[in-house]
Design a protein around this ligand. Structure first.
Ligand code: C2O
Ligand code: CU
Length: 492
């Protein structure tokens, strides 16, 4: 793996900043003595302290800069069109679908393969496909006007890229997404490891919710003032793989790789695997540093979780619940444990190099985004980043320039009381602080949920030049302006 050197210049500049901010700065003085003790233990403030490590160098070995290739060319045909499919409780539902299916087909390839998708738009409006979480060349990112012209009804476009990372990714339109994703346009792209760990089975659960009217069809009003004032469009029917009656039969002893995706417009899930041994092995595609207990992981729109699940004791039926709102849990699916099977013994694949970036909070902030709302705009309410509402990709100008290979620290300060799962295209990041207190999440992400009034700092090293979107993945918030573009430039 090669990560372009961050530049020695940054390193010399960073040292005084570390001494000043970590030991005496306002950020740290606010927080606990524990953290200060940590900083001291790291050698901060001592005359003999070594220079702060360059976080871009610490990234080395985490994930590759380039695709290695060497696999097959895998060609898929995808068509988006209106369809009527038995969904939710099994009654026919009018949807928009990829290849007539909701969820769309799962595209499964192996690391090293090249993915070619010949896409045709048979929808009554223009669309594109965005490959969420996949580090694609910028021109394949599916952002209308910015990376390609929108695909007109009746027109086709071929996407082609070689994934750089194995993991659980997904695809969805990036045009009028609050309508197009809600109507059923999404699917999984699974990139298997070159040598996949020998799980008994690989199971995918796509979580979604649907807002149905009295006729049990999709409520046709999109981007309503209610949705915009709250956390987007939350439905009145929750499905796993399109159905409310999903059952996963497993034998005691089986070791399953369970891949979860939240494809909802706005709803957050906290999946409760009801006492099964469930360890997080990957978040947003990439393996974690070590397996993590599932705990109360907030699966926000766009997020993926890969779980290593083993069941013990047969003859029981377990109801998997969503406990995001503890007082009002929702039923997600059922797991029926019956029979026995041998448990394959192999080490967890969660053993990735994920840098701790311990000194990172002391390095200068690259940019701060203030998340807020105001009245006005075409929908009546605008969601803003630094008082800017994104008004169509045609007029987009990057709000920030980053240098490829150089570490950056971004801050999202939520001035509103609503939820904002912030997603970045084309790169992974790591959460390094919540409300000013250092955190070391043992995994990367491409989407992080920011709660009302919360401030989150992330660290990242962009590795691909181009214009990349940064937006709220509550799709109504994004439609109402909470989007911006980052330009990643080659170093001079
Ligand atoms: Cu899944 Cu621009 O997002
Ligand atoms: Cu939002």
């Amino acid at each position: 793996m090669t990560v372009p050197a961050g530049g020695g210049e940054r390193r010399t500049r960073a040292t005084p900043a570390l001494a000043r901010e970590t030991c005496y700065g306002p950020t740290v003085r606010r927080i606990s003595a524990l953290l200060i003790a940590t900083a001291t233990a790291l050698g901060c403030g001592s005359a003999a302290s070594p220079p702060a490590p360059d976080p871009a160098r610490e990234l080395a070995g985490a994930y590759p800069e380039h695709a290695t290739g060497g696999g097959a060319l895998r060609t898929f045909e995808l068509t988006a069109a209106e369809a009527e499919v038995p969904l939710i409780d099994g009654a026919p539902l009018k949807v928009w679908a990829y290849n007539g299916q909701v969820p769309g087909p799962t595209l499964r390839v192996r690391l090293g393969d090249t993915v070619r998708v010949r896409f045709t738009n048979r929808l009554p409006q223009e669309t594109t496909i965005h490959w969420h979480g996949v580090r694609v060349p910028n021109a394949m990112d599916g952002v209308p006007h910015a990376t390609q012209p929108p695909i007109q009804p009746g027109a086709s476009f071929t996407y082609e890229f070689t994934p750089k990372d194995a993991g659980t990714f997904w695809f969805h339109p990036h045009v009028r997404s609050s309508e197009q994703v809600e109507r059923g346009l999404y699917g999984l792209l699974i990139v298997e490891d070159r040598a996949p760990p020998p799980y008994t089975r690989d199971v995918t659960w796509i979580l979604d919710d649907w807002l149905l009217g009295p006729d049990r069809q999709l409520e046709p009003g999109f981007n309503t003032p209610h949705d915009l004032m709250h956390d987007g469009r939350w439905g009145n029917a929750i499905t796993v793989n399109g159905r409310t009656d999903t059952v996963l039969p497993i034998a005691a002893g089986e070791r399953i790789r369970l891949r979860l995706l939240n494809a909802s417009n706005g709803r957050i899930y906290v999946p409760d695997l009801v006492g099964l041994d469930a360890q997080i092995i990957a978040v947003d595609g990439l393996y974690a540093r070590a397996p993590q207990p599932l705990g109360r992981f907030e699966l926000a729109p766009g997020n993926r979780l890969d779980l290593d699940v083993t069941a013990q004791g047969g003859g029981r039926s377990l109801v998997v619940m969503d406990r995001f709102t503890p007082q009002r849990p929702n039923r997600l699916a059922e797991i029926e444990v019956d029979g026995t099977a041998a448990t394959p013994a192999f080490p967890s694949p969660a053993k990735a190099h994920v840098p701790a970036w311990r000194g990172a909070l002391a390095l200068p902030l690259t940019h701060e985004y203030r998340l807020d709302a105001r009245q006005g705009g075409p929908l009546g309410i605008e969601w803003t980043l630094n008082d800017q509402a994104f008004s169509g990709h045609e007029h987009a100008h990057p709000s920030l320039e980053l240098v490829r290979g150089k570490w950056a620290r971004l801050r999202f300060a939520n001035a509103s009381a609503r939820l904002h799962p912030i997603h970045l295209h084309g790169m992974f990041f790591k959460v390094i602080a919540r409300d000013g207190a250092a955190v070391d999440e043992p995994f990367f992400r491409d989407t992080v949920l920011i709660h009302g009034r919360e401030t989150i700092d992330i660290g990242l090293v962009p590795l691909d030049a181009g214009d990349w979107m940064l937006h709220c993945h509550i799709l109504e918030h994004a439609e109402a302006g909470m989007m911006t573009m980052l330009a990643v430039r080659d170093p001079q």
